[in-house]
Design a protein around this ligand. Structure first.
Ligand code: S3P
Length: 169
């Protein structure tokens, strides 16, 4: 297997699950948001504020392009990355795409801890925003090879589900 891609909405556990999955499989772990921050020397919040979302989406595409030769890497992607058609095709080439899901209420609760780092949720009614974005992105997350509802699962259970799925490939 080349790589494992984790997609899904903000605060569904991609980074924590990804890190653990990489540890179990003895793979490397990369987080595309972190790669963008390293590349630009700016936080995601700063990029959104200073350059806007369109610029951030461009950077996501660039980082993904640079990952073209990756092998044995668990890649946690930003929640909006898979929505672009070109990015989706790039991700498909890198490895199986696993989508972590959660209910809007669970997302809100989990996101609360890092709200300042998630510019798209810095709005007067974040729950409404989560519901709207989930609706708008349904089509994109549905393209994943495997979906897991993480609402009532802990990290180890999610990792176990992923390993079970990967063993079936
Ligand atoms: C975004 C998700 C964030 C980050 C950016 C935009 C999105 O990543 O890429 O704030 O559009 O859903 P996480 O999903 O890791 O929070």
């Amino acid at each position: 297997m080349k790589n494992i891609i984790l997609t899904g909405f903000m605060a569904t556990g991609k980074s924590s699950v990804g890190r653990r999955l990489a540890e179990v499989l003895n793979y490397k772990f990369l987080d595309t948001d972190k790669l963008i921050e390293e590349k630009t020397g700016k936080s995601i919040a700063q990029i959104f504020k200073e350059k806007g979302e369109a610029c951030f989406r461009q950077l996501e595409g660039d980082v993904l392009e640079e990952l073209g030769g990756a092998e044995r890497v668990v890649i946690a992607t930003g929640g909006g990355m898979i929505t672009g058609k070109a990015n989706y095709h790039r991700l498909q080439k890198l490895g199986p795409i696993i989508c972590l899901q959660a209910s809007p209420e669970v997302i809100l609760e989990r996101a609360g801890k890092k709200k300042d780092q998630r510019p798209l949720l810095k709005v007067p009614d974040p729950l409404e925003q989560i519901i709207a974005l989930l609706g708008a992105r349904d089509y994109a997350y549905a393209r994943a090879d495997f979906n897991i509802d993480t609402s009532f699962k802990d990290q180890e259970e999610v990792v176990r589900d992923i390993l079970e799925y990967l063993n079936c490939l």
